[in-house]
Every structure is written in structure tokens, then in C-alpha cells.
Design a protein around this ligand. Structure first.
Ligand code: PLP
Length: 461
């Protein structure tokens, strides 16, 4: 299995190479040269299997000869050994034909653990085989940072720089990052938005000399290994329920694109519903045909406060018929104009698999309150955005409907308290969160300052 770039100017690479690189050198995102196909009878057989076994069956199609079966198995087993649900991603029925797919049972209580726990182990293994060191730089809207720290903290030869927008993540999210006790973890609170942080990360990668000197790499959802690992729960849920509609709270488009990946591997599903908060760039692109970046609004679902959805590039590349020249031109023009008009035919292809809509903060609070009143269940604000979308689009969605529940409500206590008057206790694994000492450096929204900060902390070659 080899990987190519959506922008067409990178030679094909192995899984280990793209795992360690993150972003393609031509600025594009990696995708497999062709999608591995999983036969229908194998998918049906997933119903009775352990999550880790399904993950192995799917991931080994992507890893090629980068790891032995024994290595891949070992890393998947340990990755999922610290989840507090035996099913890893359990389904719970919340209404007629409606289910929550609970993705928050990992160490940091958000769905990013599911992919990051595997990625961290494979990453360390690939790096040990190759030799050398790596500097992970991640922009986070809240949950990527803590998931990356939980997966990479304390590993040899890896430094981790995590940049979050100052004051725009919840206190629980911030403390999960800043109280991590690892010497190889460096937290930056950037004076700006998530998109400012993401754009600094992109500029650092674009600075060839620096990127080479620092051995820069990315483990956010632009890293294809994340997408591959996230495709797994679309398979496990479908094996149990049959062909379904998936409603996905969306920011950077990684989680929902993992659903497209699953479809392209042969998984039958009705539709993928993109649910955004007020930062609705992708919903507008799908509904109106203009992919246009505006100002970031701070919302109650901060992990989706994004106006540039990096992984949308993968969906555009696929919908263009894998036209790398078109994708490169479109993305380069978008970088300058902050707007891209989608050709009608391409949008029609996207619409054949995606439906989309948005929910604002008032709807989010109302949904959390009603769900609590009607079912006794407390959901987090990101899950609520998706639940609201399932409700709004109800008439046109085919059953069963699976709503991805991406975070534990205890991560967002303020929103939950406003909606329900309830205080969700922190699960035992986060009990010590408020005792830990915070380690974080506030930096201005300035590329040179951030680069200097990283440079000063790099390991000697
Ligand atoms: C990251 C995140 C999302 C959005 O996922 P994307 O892959 O960026 O679309 C949704 N909910 C929560 C809780 C998250 O942490």
C-alpha cells in the first residue's frame, strides 16, 4: 500500500513514511493510492468480534509492510487497554431507531483518543525503526491537544508542542493539557483563535529549513493514520445495526471523512450528516456551493470552532475524481481568496454522500436540556449539535440513525450546568485535574515568536 498527495507533487510513500510526516511536502494531504476493499461477508462477521480485532482487520490493509502483524496487534491491544468501556465504542439506544455511538471512553474523554492512542504507539515504533527524532507541533481547539499528550507524553525522541487558543478552550480541556507531567510536552496558549494557531502550524511546515532542522510532524487529523483508525467505528456500528445514517459533529472534517473512507472501502451507509455549530463553513459549502471562510465564533462546542476545515480537501479531491491539479489550484486559490466556488457537478457528487446543517448555541442548550428532561441522560455540547441536526433533518434521514457522541459531558461542565442545572462528576481518571500544577507559556499571534520558542527547546541533534 502506497500513499499519494491530494496536490499531486509528492512521490508515493509507505504508511510508516506518511505516519511520521503528517502533511505531504507539497502542502497536500495523503491518501491511499487506491482504497482497500472489505468484502460484505467480512463486514457482517465484525458484529461478533472484539473492537481491537476489527481495528486490526481494517488497519492492516493500510499499514502494508510497515509493521509486522504481531507489532500492529500489540500496539492496537495496548492502545485500547485503558478504555473504560469493554466495547471501546459502545452503542446506546436513545429513541426509536436512534442510537448514540459513545466515543468518549478513552483516557481524555473525547473521541480523539480512539485514533490517537493507536497513532502514538505506531508513531514511536516507526520512529525507532527509522532512527532520529521528531517534533510534533499541534494546533488544538481543545481535545486534540490532550489526546496527543496522553498518547505521546513521555515517549523517547519525540517533543510535543501543543498550541491552544488562549481562553477559548474549557477549563477542563486546558487543565488536561497543562497539568501533564511530561518533560517532552510544551504547552503554548496563543493569543488568537484556533485558525490562527492552525495557520501558524501550517507556516512552520512551509518553512522548509526549519521543518527539516526540527523534524516537524503533525498528528492532528491531517495525519492519515487518524482517519484510518476512525473508520473502524463506522464498521463496528454498521455491523451491529445494519446500513445506517451517521450524524457527525464536525470541525476539521476528519471524523466525518473517516465515514467517507469507510464507504469507499465498501461499507454500505445511507448518508453522512455534517453537523456544525455557528462556524458553519462546511455546511454552507455543501448546501450553497460556496466554501468561504469567515470569522471564528466562540461557541459552547469549542472543539468545532473552526473556519478552515483541513480535511475537506480530501473530500474535494475524491469528489473531483482524484484530480490533483484541480485540487492544488483550488486550495492555493482558497488560501489567497478565502473562498472557493464549488463546481456544480462536484457539489452534486459530495451531496450524494453528505447532508449538512448547523445548530447555534441556543439550540445546543435547548437540546441538552430536553434530552435530560426526556431521558435523564446528559450529553456534551458537541453531541447536542449532532442530535439537534438529527432532529431538524429527521424527515429526510433514513433509519437507523447513529449520532456520534464525541465527548464526555464532564469536559464541558459550564454548558451542561447552564442547560440542566446539573453538575456532572468528573470521572475517576480526571479526579486529580484541579490539583495539578499548570505549565503553559502565553505567546502572541506571531510566527517568529512561536518558531523561536520551539527552536530554543529543540533537542540537540
Ligand atoms: C475534534 C472534535 C470534533 C470535531 O471533529 P473533526 O474531526 O475535527 O471534525 C467534534 N467533537 C469533539 C468533542 C471533538 O473533540
Amino acid at each position: 500500500m502506497r500513499y499519494l498527495s491530494t496536490r499531486g507533487r509528492t512521490a508515493p510513500q509507505s504508511f510508516a513514511d506518511i505516519l511520521l510526516a503528517g502533511l505531504a511536502p507539497d502542502g497536500g494531504l495523503f491518501l491511499p493510492e487506491s482504497w482497500p476493499q472489505i468484502p460484505a461477508d467480512e463486514i457482517a462477521g465484525f458484529a461478533g468480534q472484539r473492537y481491537a480485532d476489527v481495528a486490526f482487520a481494517i488497519l492492516k490493509r493500510f499499514t502494508g509492510d510497515s509493521f509486522t502483524d504481531a507489532e500492529l496487534r500489540e500496539d492496537i491491544e495496548t492502545a485500547y487497554s485503558d478504555f473504560d468501556a469493554p466495547d471501546i465504542a459502545p452503542l446506546s439506544q436513545i429513541g426509536k431507531g436512534q442510537y448514540l455511538l459513545e466515543l468518549f471512553h478513552g483516557p481524555t474523554l473525547a473521541f480523539k483518543d480512539i485514533a490517537m492512542q493507536v497513532l502514538g504507539r505506531l508513531f514511536a515504533r516507526a520512529l525507532a525503526k527509522k532512527g532520529g527524532k521528531a517534533t510534533v507541533v499541534a494546533a488544538t481547539s481543545g481535545d486534540t491537544g490532550s489526546a496527543a499528550i496522553a498518547a505521546l507524553g513521555g515517549l523517547p525522541n519525540i517533543d510535543v508542542f501543543v498550541m491552544h487558543p488562549k481562553g477559548r478552550v474549557s477549563e477542563v480541556q486546558r487543565r488536561q493539557m497543562t497539568t501533564a507531567p511530561f518533560a517532552n510536552v510544551h504547552n503554548i496558549a496563543l493569543e488568537g483563535t484556533f485558525d490562527d494557531a492552525q495557520s501558524i502550524v501550517k507556516s512552520l511546515f512551509a518553512d522548509d529549513a526549519f521543518a527539516k532542522r526540527a523534524h516537524l510532524t503533525a498528528v492532528n487529523s491531517i495525519n492519515f493514520a487518524r482517519i484510518a483508525a476512525q473508520a473502524v467505528y463506522y464498521f463496528t456500528a454498521t455491523a451491529k445495526l445494519g446500513k445506517s445514517t451517521f450524524v457527525v459533529p464536525t470541525g476539521n472534517f476528519g471524523d466525518v471523512f473517516a465515514g467517507e473512507a469507510a464507504m469507499r472501502m465498501g461499507l454500505p451507509l445511507h448518508k453522512l450528516v455534517v453537523a456544525t455549530n455557528a462556524n458553519d463553513i462546511v455546511a454552507r459549502a455543501l448546501n450553497e456551493g460556496l466554501y468561504e471562510s469567515g470569522h471564528v465564533h466562540a461557541t459552547l462546542s469549542p472543539s468545532m470552532d473552526i473556519q478552515v476545515s483541513s480535511n475537506f480537501e480530501r473530500a474535494l479531491f475524491e469528489a473531483s475524481g482524484r484530480d490533483a491539479a484541480w485540487t492544488r489550484g483550488a486550495m492555493e486559490s482558497f488560501a489567497v481568496k478565502r473562498a472557493l466556488k464549488l463546481p456544480a457537478e462536484l457539489r452534486a457528487r459530495l451531496r450524494s454522500r453528505y447532508d449538512a446543517g448547523r445548530a447555534d448555541d441556543a439550540e445546543t442548550l435547548d437540546l441538552i436540556a430536553r434530552t435530560f428532561r426526556e431521558t435523564g441522560r446528559i450529553v456534551d455540547p458537541h453531541t447536542a449539535v449532532a442530535l439537534r441536526m438529527a432532529e431538524k433533518l429527521d424527515a429526510r434521514l433514513e433509519d437507523p440513525i447513529v449520532v456520534l457522541s464525541t465527548a464526555h459531558p464532564a469536559k464541558f461542565p459550564d454548558a451542561v450546568a447552564r442547560a440542566t442545572g446539573q453538575k456532572v462528576p468528573l470521572p475517576p481518571r480526571l479526579a486529580a485535574l484541579y490539583d495539578g500544577v499548570e505549565r503553559v507559556t502565553v505567546l502572541p499571534h506571531d510566527l517568529g515568536t512561536v518558531r523561536g520558542f520551539i527552536e530554543e527547546r529543540l533537542r540537540p541533534a
